[in-house]
Design a protein around this ligand. Structure first.
Ligand SMILES: [Zn+2]
Length: 100
């Protein structure tokens, strides 16, 4: 959550990559960049510019991209898609220990 908040706070710097003034770890930066890339790529397939990755113990668990318009599904926000994918991947509804 902290990463997301910092990211939103510095969104204006998006063209220059991740903001420098937040204390991201190298791993945070890698996964945050993955979410940014996902959001950019998603535009080409008709989705909104939103991407989410879910990580646990330094390992990518699932990805999700916004599919609201192409799927006519108002619940298909990137984070919801990623949560659904993570639960399917882990075979549980409990995502304790995961970071979005
Ligand atoms: Zn959302």
């Amino acid at each position: 959550m902290c990463i997301f908040a910092c990211y939103l706070f510095d969104m204006i710097d998006m063209q220059n990559g991740l903001p420098e003034r937040c204390d991201f770890s190298a791993e945070d930066r890698e996964f945050m960049q993955m979410a940014i890339d996902l959001s950019v790529e998603n535009i080409d397939s008709g989705g909104g510019p939103f991407g989410t990755v879910i990580v646990r113990d330094g390992k990518l668990i699932a990805k999700g991209a916004n599919r609201v318009v192409p799927n006519n599904d108002p619940t298909a926000h990137a984070e919801v898609v990623a949560i659904r994918n993570a639960c399917r991947e882990l075979q549980t509804f409990d995502l304790s220990g995961c970071t979005v």
